[in-house]
Design a protein around this ligand. Structure first.
Ligand SMILES: CC(C)(COP(=O)(O)OP(=O)(O)OC[C@H]1O[C@@H](n2cnc3c(N)ncnc32)[C@H](O)[C@@H]1OP(=O)(O)O)[C@@H](O)C(=O)NCCC(=O)NCCS
Length: 373
């Protein structure tokens, strides 16, 4: 029996949420090109599209914004937890545990999957921002219902009125990262949801999968790579050494895209507008050198920039510290995870694949020599 490793090419669910055309480099959310949605409609409208099936009318958008705004504050017990671990714990684990605590506290969590999705999406940025403030010996700020999802996140992180160009860039980032088919974390969320567990628990499972460097953990490594390369003239040598050691170049390659990740193009444009020219020049030099070296090593496989490469520049430019990059990815993807959970529950069947057993059979227990206890 042939078993495709990593389920490559295997269809395991039907969805109306997202289509990825890996050959053409297109990402579609319920019929709309995600790269056109980014910057043209607010993230909250994209959330409405994914959760409820269509882009909202003005009144519907207002209503969703109000709901999100009302749901942002954290229960005291979560704040206490954040305070207690602020100096010692790694951010994504803290986010994951906080989501778990929120689930434990929400007695209505199974009443409406969409309402739980809204509550969770509203609170995840508050968790990340509050944790970060505790880490820096500052008190968390009360979320502001008058700000958009992206603006409020920036406000809670910095305590300052966010700059409009930063809000626009983060809003676009949120939209571009909102969903991406069955990436490992979303698949895990759907598998968990298929047991009819609650939304929070399924998202806790998703965050576990996001943590790995092959998935959402990559942007901090991209950032560290750029810092380590330092100057455009050093890029080729550095990348050659990286590949010679058998390491992967972070921010490159994708299981599905056989061309440039369409999200990367938009993020590159945003990075060009936002970051200092020297840094942008360094990143674009690393990009072109890496592309060339990877083409030499893999002439038959296109390994191009993925979403993480320019994400790191955009997130840094809007004021998000590198150690919060993956948490910020999780905040964006909460909409996709929960939309998949909603969809899974609408037409559920428990995931229960099988494995090909390759171990021995019929070993003789009685033929074993007895060992002294
Ligand atoms: C994302 C990723 C896991 C997808 O990989 P995949 O579809 O499973 O591809 P494979 O792991 O099968 O790799 C195929 C070949 O390309 C190489 N390759 C893939 N991405 C590479 C990268 N970023 N740098 C160097 N080589 C890479 C592999 O080493 C492998 O080479 P081999 O056939 O000689 O063994 C992979 O490209 C990667 O590790 N990228 C770096 C991490 C990253 O940016 N993650 C964020 C993803 S959005």
């Amino acid at each position: 029996m042939w078993v495709p490793k990593g389920l490559e090419g295997v269809i395991v669910a039907s969805t109306e949420l997202t289509k990825i055309d890996g050959q053409a480099g297109r990402l579609i959310y319920r019929g709309y090109d995600a790269t056109e949605l980014a910057g043209n409609v607010p993230y909250e409208a994209v959330a409405h599209l994914l959760w409820l099936g269509g882009l909202p009318a003005e009144a519907e958008l207002l209503q969703l914004r109000e709901k999100l705004g009302r749901s942002r504050a954290l229960p005291v017990v979560v704040e206490d937890f954040l305070h207690s671990v602020a100096k010692v714990a790694e951010p994504l684990s803290v986010l994951q545990t906080s989501v778990s605590i929120l689930g434990g506290l929400d007695s209505t969590k199974s009443a409406s999957t969409v309402n739980a999705s809204i509550a969770l999406t509203a609170r995840m940025p508050t968790i990340v921002a509050s944790f970060n403030r505790f880490r820096h010996n500052a008190s968390p700020l009360q979320p502001r219902a008058d700000l958009s999802h992206a603006a409020n996140y920036l406000y809670m992180l910095t305590g300052k009125e966010p700059r409009p160009e930063h809000v626009r860039a983060l809003d676009s980032y949120f939209t571009l990262l909102a969903d991406h088919g069955l990436g490992a974390s979303t698949f895990v969320a759907r598998v968990a949801a298929s047991t009819l567990t609650d939304v929070y628990s399924a998202v806790v499972a998703a965050i576990s999968a996001l943590k790995g460097p092959l998935h959402g953990g990559a942007p901090i490594y991209v950032w560290e790579m750029l810092q380590s390369i330092g100057r455009p003239e050093s890029a080729r040598e550095w990348l050659r050494e990286c590949l010679a050691k058998g390491d992967r170049i972070m921010g490159f390659g994708h299981r599905v895209y056989r061309t440039e990740d369409p999200r990367s193009k938009v993020l590159k444009r945003l990075a060009k507008e936002l970051v200092k020219p020297d840094l942008f020049h360094l990143a674009s030099t690393v990009e072109s050198e890496a592309r060339e070296l990877l083409r030499e090593d893999h002439p038959n496989r296109v390994i191009d920039t993925n979403v993480e490469f320019y994400s790191s520049l955009v997130l840094d430019a809007v004021g998000i510290p590198p150690e919060l990059f993956t948490c910020t990815f999780a905040c964006a993807r909460s909409v996709g995870w929960t939309a998949h959970i909603v969809e899974q529950r609408k037409d559920n069947r428990l995931f229960r694949p099988e494995s090909e057993y390759k171990g021995p059979a019929d070993l003789d227990l009685h033929g074993l020599q007895k060992t002294e206890a």
